[in-house]
Design a protein around this ligand. Structure first.
Ligand SMILES: NC(=O)c1ccc[n+]([C@@H]2O[C@H](COP(=O)([O-])OP(=O)(O)OC[C@H]3O[C@@H](n4cnc5c(N)ncnc54)[C@H](OP(=O)(O)O)[C@@H]3O)[C@@H](O)[C@H]2O)c1
Length: 258
């Protein structure tokens, strides 16, 4: 899709990958509709997007897990431009620890944000995209969407769910002109995703790399978008998956407090 002048909606644009994606779309000349719960942070990102070249940037309060909030947000974005070309479902939250110790409210929050949030915005946007027979929906999953991470069981489950939802919807929409894509970031620096003491060590992708991958996917939509080393892990998963479950469990147990 041509990005100059395209209307791009980014959820969870107040920090990390969402903010970096908004700025990368701005550089390509896209018009932006940005949503998240922290309006002050969104305002700062919007300033950077205008400076980067976006001809129009609007920010609005959005809680993706609340159906009414998602519907209102998407309807307002549509009112601004009379069309929506690209939806980036990026908002997401994580939680790390043993499943049996995970508080119920955290389980609910992860499912509401990471899964129901994507359903809420996608259902809101689809009728308009279908009417115009044009649109790209990009769902930000994770490497844990195909390689589950021990001690992040519910997070892994929500990201697997996003992959299933996206691939099924892709088939549902074939021939309509609306494309569905999944992006699988690995561990990404420059985000607020990991809270101390969970901050991972070792090599991390810069958020700008993931943002550029998202922009490339919008330009040339494809089913699954991942950087090369993760593609190898994806191919290896059916063969080494069982072994990886135990190896990663062992590695993560060493990191966790007793
Ligand atoms: N960082 C990584 O290593 C990594 C790896 C793989 C995948 N991912 C995925 O990448 C996406 C972005 O995460 P990030 O790494 O950029 O982390 P981040 O810096 O914590 O950003 C998360 C964004 O989601 C927003 N958000 C959270 N709950 C929301 C809600 N209910 N409604 C609307 N917005 C909400 C946050 O904004 P507010 O708090 O202002 O609402 C924030 O803008 C997530 O889907 C995450 O699962 C991240």
């Amino acid at each position: 899709m041509r990005l100059k002048g395209a209307v791009v909606v980014v959820t969870g644009a107040s920090s990390g990958i969402g903010a970096a994606s908004a700025i990368a779309f701005a550089r390509a000349g896209a018009r932006l509709e940005l949503g998240a719960r922290r309006l002050d942070r969104l305002g700062a990102v919007a300033e950077r997007c205008r400076a980067a070249g976006s001809p129009a940037v609007n920010v609005r309060l959005l809680d993706v897990g609340e159906r009414a909030s998602a519907r209102t947000f998407i309807a307002a974005a549509k009112r601004d431009h009379e069309r929506l070309d690209i939806l980036v479902n990026n908002a997401g939250v994580g939680w790390r620890g043993a499943l049996h110790e995970m508080p119920e409210e955290k389980v609910d929050e992860l499912i509401a944000t990471n899964l129901k949030g994507v359903i809420n915005t996608t259902q809101s946007v689809l009728p308009w995209m279908l009417e115009r027979r044009r649109g790209v929906i990009i769902n930000v999953a994770s490497v844990v969407g195909f390689r589950p991470a021990p001690y992040s069981a519910v997070y892994s489950a929500t990201k697997h769910a996003i992959v299933g939802l996206s691939h099924a919807l892709r088939g549902e929409l074939s021939g309509t002109g609306v494309k569905v894509c999944v992006v699988y970031p690995g561990v990404t620096a420059g985000t607020e995703f990991f809270k101390d003491p969970d901050r991972p060590v070792g090599w991390q992708y810069p958020a700008s790399w993931v943002a550029n991958l998202i922009v490339r996917t919008a330009r040339y939509p494809r089913r699954d978008a991942m950087v090369f080393p993760l593609r190898l892990a994806h191919l290896a998963e059916p063969v080494f998956g069982g072994l990886m479950d135990h190896a990663l469990g062992e590695i993560r147990r060493r990191d966790l407090p007793d």
